[in-house]
Design a binder for this molecule. Sequence first.
Ligand code: S3P
Length: 184
Amino acid sequence: MINDRISLREKSIVFIGFMGVGKTAIGESVAKKLYRDFIDIDKEIEKEFNMPVREIFNSIGEKAFREKEKSMIKDICQQKLKIISLGGGAFLQDEIREFCLAHCIVFFLDISWESWKERLNIIIDSRPVLQGLSLEEIEQLFYKRQGIYSAHHSKMGTDNLEIEEAADYIVDSLKLAWDMYEPR
Ligand code: S3P
């Protein structure tokens, strides 16, 4: 059953943003600082199918991946006190977007195209969505996706920030919001 009466302090925190922005690394660090469990939705999907995301796309197909992504997110995001990292394409689905915005605090981790493209070589092999695309096509996808990430509660630019710095900033801003909107 969905609990709509979760207090602000107990709401799970969901990280969204483009592939490779650092949702998992920053999410893990925030989880440690707040003594909460961290859940990476892609890792959970990989466990269910017992194969890496790229193989799921290749052998079972993106449609099955997206269906599993939706049910997994709706299940996990109704729990409280979790720190959750979503795959970069999850917010393309209206149902996921609306569900997360209604039940969790959604944090958009932003990055400039200039900074992001320096990471392309490191991430490309494990990201099926980027396979076979030219740099120009990836750039188009990057800017198109900015539109879906604009639905969030809070946003942070990550350019030139170390993981720990970004996590500290997020924890500080959460504490500020908790104290402001839900004073003890
Ligand atoms: C995807 C992003 C990936 C993963 C899948 C599809 C996307 O997650 O869910 O490869 O469509 O943007 P990351 O954002 O963690 O790379």
